[in-house]
Design a protein around this ligand. Structure first.
Ligand code: 5GP
Ligand code: ZN
Length: 113
């Protein structure tokens, strides 16, 4: 089992912020911003390229849940979602997940140009 499957199964402890039938949101163990969460679909697959149509339906529900949780997660000043895919992006855990970064001006890197 991968590390995120173990977290979902409760075999590895995590700071869980939210859970439903499709996904969990936990605090990243090594935060890169003032607020740094991981939204992890419960089903294990590695990449967007591996998504089935059903996975895609579940995923859009998960993504659309994030703004509903903005109060709980402290996202009211804005937030950034990041999905690393593969080696050049620095992906280290090969179970699809979305980074949620917030709580400060996110000027790293500057994508606004
Ligand atoms: P990636 O580099 O694959 O996009 O992101 C993996 C993220 O998972 C990293 O930001 C890393 O800090 C986080 N991470 C790795 N292992 C654990 C863990 O056991 N618990 C938590 N909460 N986060 C983890
Ligand atoms: Zn997994």
């Amino acid at each position: 089992m991968c590390v995120f499957c173990k977290i979902i199964a409760g075999e590895i402890p995590s700071s869980k912020m939210y859970e439903d039938e499709n996904m969990i949101i936990i605090k990243d163990i090594d935060p890169k911003a003032e607020k740094h969460y991981l939204m992890i679909p419960k089903k294990h697959y590695k990449l967007i390229a591996d998504m089935t149509d059903e996975d895609g339906m579940v995923f859009q529900k998960c993504i659309r849940k994030i703004p509903e949780l903005s109060g709980l997660l402290g996202l009211n000043g804005g937030y950034r979602l990041v999905i690393n895919q593969g080696d050049d992006a620095g992906q280290t855990v090969f179970h699809l997940h979305v980074h949620i970064l917030a709580g400060q001006p996110l000027d790293f890197p500057d994508l606004r140009k």
